[in-house]
Design a protein around this ligand. Structure first.
Ligand code: FE2
Ligand code: FE2
Length: 264
């Protein structure tokens, strides 16, 4: 099974730029074209939050219009830049999304079980789950302790090493690790939010953060770092799973590059 992950798309109303500089709408279309051009067709696309930038209905309308170019099955989940009720309304035709409350869900139609957590906190940019969310996760994972499972959450539950980002991470990661640590079938935890590829061993599994389809956060691993981003190269993650080798996650850069050159 091949799962493509796109994250932090930050769609704007038609004709408007992300942060006034990045054409996130065009870059999203380029990301979808990239997926359409892959030699191996993904079985599923997951969009791991910050699908729009300000959570407004006109952004969601444009998001749905742009998604019309995607002819693959896809799952959506919110990030801190999404607005829960506008999000829910705009994906009312997605039956796996709950009708009320946080947008946690489980999709069990594939070789991998997908458990998505809504880690957004309305009005805030950090991530968290309340006890009800943790209880839902424990109950959902307990339904099947054998089938390989991916957990999806927008906010990574780790310190990135880029200091100004870290107040906006998933907080209270120990309570979440206590739940996940009870299971041996979590292939990975897939996140976004940090606009850069990162990986960490955690809670008996691995956490992977996906790059953004628009701006990439500067790799400033120093205390004095100040918030800054670059436009490109954008990328997505391609998660290849087989029963024999488990999950292999590739970073796939979006764009045109010199090559291919002969390997031998
Ligand atoms: Fe983002
Ligand atoms: Fe985010």
């Amino acid at each position: 099974m091949l799962i493509a992950q796109l994250s932090d798309i930050h769609v704007r109303p038609r004709g408007e730029l992300y942060k006034g500089v990045a054409d996130s709408n065009r870059m999203f279309t380029e990301a979808l074209t990239h997926l359409g051009g892959l030699e191996r067709r993904p079985d599923l696309v997951v969009l791991t939050g910050d699908l729009v930038d300000e959570g407004d209905p006109d952004e969601y309308a444009n998001l749905r219009a742009l998604l019309g170019a995607l002819d693959l099955p896809y799952l959506v989940m919110p990030g801190n830049h999404d607005e829960r009720e506008n999000f829910r309304r705009s994906f009312a035709d997605h039956p796996y999304l709950p009708r009320s409350g946080p947008l946690h869900y489980c999709v069990d139609d594939y070789a991998l079980r997908l458990v998505a957590l809504d880690t957004t906190v309305p009005g805030a940019h950090h991530g968290a789950l309340d006890q009800t969310g943790l209880d839902w996760l424990l109950a959902t994972l307990s339904e099947n302790r054998a089938k390989p499972t991916l957990v999806l959450m927008h906010h990574p539950p780790f310190l990135s090493g880029i200091p100004y980002l870290d107040p906006y991470r998933y907080v209270d990661d120990e309570a979440l690790a206590d739940v996940l640590g009870q299971f041996q079938n979590i292939e990975a935890v897939l996140c976004g939010h940090v606009h850069r590829a990162m990986a960490r061993r955690w809670a008996g599994t691995i956490v992977l953060a996906c790059p953004s389809t628009t701006t990439q956060i500067a790799l400033d691993l120093v205390d004095r770092a100040r918030g800054r981003s670059y436009i490109g190269p954008a990328a997505c993650l391609l998660h290849l799973w087989t029963p024999e080798s488990g999950l292999i996650s590739h970073t796939s850069s979006i764009g045109s590059f010199p090559g291919p050159f002969p390997f031998f």
